[in-house]
Design a protein around this ligand. Sequence first.
Ligand code: FMN
Length: 245
Amino acid sequence: MDVELFSINAVNPNGRKKRVLLGCTGSVATIKVGLLVSQAIAESCIGNAEPSIEVRIVATDNAEHFIVHEDLPKDSKIYTDSDEWNSWSSREDPILHIELVKWADIFVIAPLDANTLAKLAQGLCDNLLTCVARAWNFDKPLLFCPAMNTRMWEHPVTAPHVATLTSWGYKEIPCVEKRLACGDVGMGAMAEVDDIIRHVFASLESVSCDEGSDEPCRLDEFDSSGSSDSYFTDSDSENLQNSET
Ligand SMILES: Cc1cc2nc3c(=O)[nH]c(=O)nc-3n(C[C@H](O)[C@H](O)[C@H](O)COP(=O)(O)O)c2cc1C
């Protein structure tokens, strides 16, 4: 497939960068996230002076063990569960997972580990990433890249979980066979970065971000408030109890 073709087509004619929300889970394949983001941004520049995509990352707490921050572009934004809770103290505050859904043009979960795959298939939403998925707008593409040890991949529960996600219209970027981090050889490795980027750019082609079509979104407000600066206090908790639901 011609990468340049997809890069050019990923550009929005109306000027706004296409917004890629990348979800990472506690798979060792998360070590490739820096490469995935840097390469996708670089490829989106082909034929343009500026990147035509903007990438933000949602990481589970376990994904954080694997993120190699030095590999990521300097100003990368990574949102975690603590951002979700530290940024919210009263009902006027933006709710991070909802603002991320409104902000994004596409949600790519790469890698999707066995645990989060199972949660998504059951509709569970106990962290920022799964809340984004549960609140996802089905008019926009959601891509997922399973990544797990072969034994996990071959467990009988895996195929029905994947089938559930694809039955909802989520697009699977299938895992591949190779030598895994644990030394075993078999199915379960995350798709190659090149393949993931091709799929993402192809899906972005169908995304329209015409002027006026964006949902109002308060993510910038969240970013400028500095999430780590706001914490729950006793009085916040009191205000909350006294407020209407
Ligand atoms: C070093 C290490 C590597 C792991 N790699 C994987 C993996 O590739 N795929 C997977 O499904 N689970 C993997 N796990 C297990 C997950 O991290 C574990 O199920 C975790 O609870 C997932 O949490 P999360 O889905 O909230 O990110 C690994 C665990 C460790 C300690």
